[in-house]
Design a protein around this ligand. Structure first.
Ligand code: TYD
Length: 196
């Protein structure tokens, strides 16, 4: 099972991944977490480029699109192996991040045609103003104009894909966590009504 958390910067993905991991483990499942960009050489280069002032320029966005796709290919084998071992994979981001952050969409889709399709995508939907207030502004993407477009892209893609569940991330972390657990429970025959 491959579960992905998506959302604009500062949506609370890492906190929620850790809470979801605990919940699934308490229910007897073996869980592995992954983060994109990864800690590969390509991932390290990506993190460096994200801090550049021209990171949102057309040329740099296309370059990042290529690098994110390459970084993703490097973890494909690991993901398939974990799945074969019966582990639940929870990932912080996936190729859907490239589809909503980078352009043009058809080309990004093509670059990611070998990427693994998640069984479930939990889209943590947060107000852009809250997102920007939560981030430290180190990355060039962390600004209202850019993230407003990303948020719109996310909502559009969620509508087009049946594997998306939108979670209101403006609520407090406990409510967000219980909404996530309720969305995930049916995948593992866990009683959703028993979750507070
Ligand atoms: P990170 O510091 O991990 O941000 P966050 O913790 O908010 O997820 O940096 C990831 C940044 O890279 C984030 O701004 C989203 C962006 N990104 C893309 O633009 N395309 C992608 O394919 C991925 C995976 C991330």
């Amino acid at each position: 099972m491959y579960i992905v958390l998506e959302g604009i910067d500062g949506a609370g993905k890492s906190t929620q991944i850790s809470l979801l991991k605990d919940f699934l483990e308490q229910n007897g499942l073996e869980v592995e977490t992954v983060v994109e960009p990864t800690d590969s050489e390509v991932g390290k280069l990506i993190r460096k480029l994200l801090t550049r002032h021209d990171a949102t320029s057309d040329a740099m966005q296309k370059t990042l699109g290529l690098l994110f796709a390459a970084d993703r290919l490097l973890i494909m084998e690991k993901l398939n192996k974990l799945e074969e071992e019966g582990k639940v994979i929870i990932s912080d981001r996936s190729f859907y991040s490239s589809l909503v952050y980078q352009e043009p969409r058809e080309w990004i889709q093509e670059l990611n045609k070998y990427a693994k399709i998640p069984d479930l995508v939990l889209l943590l939907d947060l107000d852009v103003e809250k997102s920007v207030a939560r981030t430290d502004g180190t990355d060039e993407f962390e600004n209202v104009e850019f993230l407003t477009a990303v948020k719109e892209n996310y909502l559009k893609i969620a509508e087009e894909n049946g594997n998306f569940k939108i979670i209101d991330a403006n609520n407090g972390p406990n409510k967000v966590s219980s909404d996530i657990k309720k969305a995930v429970a049916p995948l593992f025959d866990i009683c959703a009504d028993c979750i507070r």
